[in-house]
Write a new protein. Structure first.
Length: 550
């Protein structure tokens, strides 16, 4: 196993990466066909979103059979070939385990619906309160989190879509089933695992109304979560593999616990606090400009806190559930290239394992859809109706969906300027953005000043300079509203990173950390940047990293 501290992980949204069959859906053979590109980029692992059998209500995160490949993605032989070809290129495959819930099409749930008590205990069924659901908890996708089953006169919990029934992890038989699934894919050759919303799997003993929120405080980082994760890791032997947990609404303290090596639970975890700084009053569906001061505070608190506690982070901007970072925190117009590079540099030099989401390395932008009928995401379509119900006009509701929809990160990978961006010879399952004619891999491989080449350099630098992977971290210029600045340090070297988070020129406050004798420019996003660290002014979205041997 590659040292995950030196590694870079590339996330593939299987449905949108590459279509080898011509049916308009990305597939496993398509990923295999692009492995040479990923090897050229320099990534160590590829995290593949679920390709298991699914009715696709939530694009594969509603699994109906964990041991079978959905025919829209290919066959088991295709997966075995992908694993083998990845190994030849030094790329390990990480598979996405959706263990908080299954699809309601899963045979376990279908048997539960028949009233089989053995399988009903695989899920969370409760009596209602008269005609009311057991609690007032809200689904992450909108509406109540309980679904009534008339035949059983009971309600089942679904924290997400009603087609995604939450599993009962308090049942040891469920935990054993899930361990067997991990063992199955480990035996196939998977070299790592990503666990979807895994900090939600331990539910409270008593279910009650939430009078102050949507219910999440009762089930987030639940009572037995550390026990269950340690059991899963130790009983399957994945303690020595690379693993990452997606943590919903978690805390710094919990994530330290999940990732301290001696706890033997997970290698690292995702959290999303830094991706909520543009939520007005904490509501994803109310727009505001990013609070950059808050963004800086969160980076500093988590980076320094995880270091102090001995935990480890996954550092990232984009994934299949997020809008594109360059459209959200940068400028996808005038300063497209500069801001995309700045955002990359800002996190790739941090303490933690960086994740690159497909298309991020070429600066892919939000989709730019101009009609609600162009969207496919269940959450987006649900919330469009909810926003209309809240009194927003169609124009206002569409504006929110345009900015927040998960479909922004799910448009097909832009390989070239051809009609379907080189993604498929068929009709793509979702509309391809018009800017693929200029933003694509083929164009950027011709230009060594491109965003693509910048990412390639960042990935190589992490392997070349130990201070990036292993050094301590300290933030400075903390009161500056515009500049993110930090240093990494070990016994051998000092690395200083400075980023202008805005599209305006800014003057940098003079401070001791900016005067490091003998430091030289390691990476930057503007031509002709100063070779020494005496920075006084930063241009829009300017980024620079300086390194000095001790």
């Amino acid at each position: 196993m590659a040292d995950f501290r030196k590694s870079t992980i590339y996330q593939i949204y299987t449905k949108s990466f590459m279509d080898a069959s011509g049916d308009g859906f990305g597939d496993i053979k398509g990923v295999t066909a692009r492995l040479d590109y990923l090897a050229w980029l320099g990534v160590d692992y590829v995290w593949l979103t679920p390709f298991f059998c699914s009715p696709q209500r939530d694009n594969g995160y509603d699994v109906s059979d964990y041991r079978k490949v959905d025919p829209i993605f290919g066959t088991m032989e295709d997966v075995e070939e992908l694993i083998a070809e990845g190994k030849k290129r030094g790329i390990g495959l990480m598979f996405d385990m959706v263990f908080n819930h299954t699809s309601t099409d899963h045979v376990w749930f279908q048997k539960a619906l028949e009233g089989d008590p053995y399988y009903m205990d695989y899920y969370i069924f409760r009596d209602g309160r008269g005609s009311l659901p057991p609690t007032n908890w809200e689904s992450k996708f909108g509406g109540n989190a309980w679904k009534y089953v008339p035949k059983l006169d009971k309600w089942y919990l679904h924290l997400y879509d009603e087609g995604q029934a939450d599993l009962n992890w308090d049942n040891p038989k469920v935990r054993e089933e899930l361990k067997d699934i991990v063992r199955f894919w480990k035996q196939k050759g998977a070299e790592g695992f990503r666990f979807d919303v895994v900090n939600l799997v331990s539910k409270p003993e008593v279910f009650q109304d939430d009078t102050h929120g949507d219910g999440r405080r009762f089930y987030t980082d639940g009572p037995h979560i550390h026990e269950y994760l340690r059991e899963l890791a130790e009983d399957t032997g994945i303690c020595d593999m690379i693993t990452v947990g997606e943590m919903s609404s978690t805390s710094l303290e919990a994530c330290i616990g999940y990732t301290k090596p001696e706890r033997r639970e997970l290698s690292m975890c995702f959290h999303f606090h830094h991706l909520k700084v543009d939520y007005k009053d904490g509501d994803k569906w109310e727009l505001m400009e990013p609070d950059r001061r808050k963004l800086k505070e969160l980076f500093a608190a988590w980076q320094e806190g995880m270091e102090k506690g001995g935990g480890w982070e996954a550092v990232f901007w984009c994934n299949h559930d997020q809008p594109r970072a360059v459209s959200r925190f940068g400028d996808d117009g005038k300063y497209w290239k500069e801001s995309a590079k700045m955002l990359a540099g800002a996190i790739h030099f941090m303490r933690g394992t960086p994740y690159v989401y497909q298309g991020e390395e070429i600066g892919m932008t939000n989709a730019g859809y101009d009609a609600i009928g162009q969207f496919r995401d269940v959450e987006s379509l649900n919330y469009y109706e909810i926003l209309l119900g809240r009194g927003k006009s169609q124009e206002e509701a569409l504006k929110v969906i345009q900015e927040r929809s998960r479909d922004n990160g799910r448009t097909p990978m832009q390989w070239d300027a051809s009609g379907n961006a080189g993604f498929t010879e068929g009709e793509p399952w979702i509309r391809i953005p018009d800017n693929h004619q200029t933003i694509n891999v083929e164009e950027e491989r011709k230009d060594e000043d491109s965003i693509l080449y910048f990412y390639r350099r960042l990935i190589a630098l992490r392997k070349q300079y130990p201070v990036i992977a292993q050094g301590d971290i300290h933030f400075f210029l903390r009161e500056d509203e515009h500049v993110l600045a930090y240093c990494r340090e070990d016994d051998q070297a000092l690395l200083t990173v400075v980023c202008n988070l805005t599209g305006k020129d800014c003057t940098v406050e003079d401070c001791e950390a900016l005067h490091v004798e003998g430091a030289a420019l390691l990476a930057g996003n503007y031509p002709g940047q100063e070779e020494t660290i005496a920075i006084q002014k930063l241009r829009p979205y300017e980024f620079a990293a300086y390194w000095r041997q001790k």
